[in-house]
Design a protein around this ligand. Structure first.
Ligand SMILES: [Zn+2]
Length: 61
C-alpha cells in the first residue's frame, strides 16, 4: 500500500479524512495540518536520530 493512499488524519475544517502528504484537504481545499506532511515526520525523525548522535560525539571529544 502506498503512503499517499494512507489516511491518518482528519481535516480540522470539515473532518474529511486527509490523504497523507497532501497540502490541501480534498473536500474543502483548506490547508492541512503540518503533521499531515511527509516532510514534518522526516524532519522529526532526523532530529530524533541526529541529536543523540551529536551528544555522543560531544561526549567523546
Ligand atoms: Zn476539509
Amino acid at each position: 500500500m502506498r503512503l499517499d493512499q494512507q489516511r491518518y488524519f482528519h481535516c480540522k475544517h470539515c473532518s474529511h479524512k486527509l490523504r497523507f502528504g497532501r497540502r490541501e484537504c480534498g473536500a474543502c481545499y483548506q490547508h492541512t495540518p503540518v503533521y499531515n506532511r511527509f516532510i514534518f515526520w522526516l524532519v522529526l525523525v532526523l532530529l530524533l536520530t541526529v541529536s543523540p548522535l551529536a551528544s555522543l560525539v560531544v561526549a567523546a571529544v
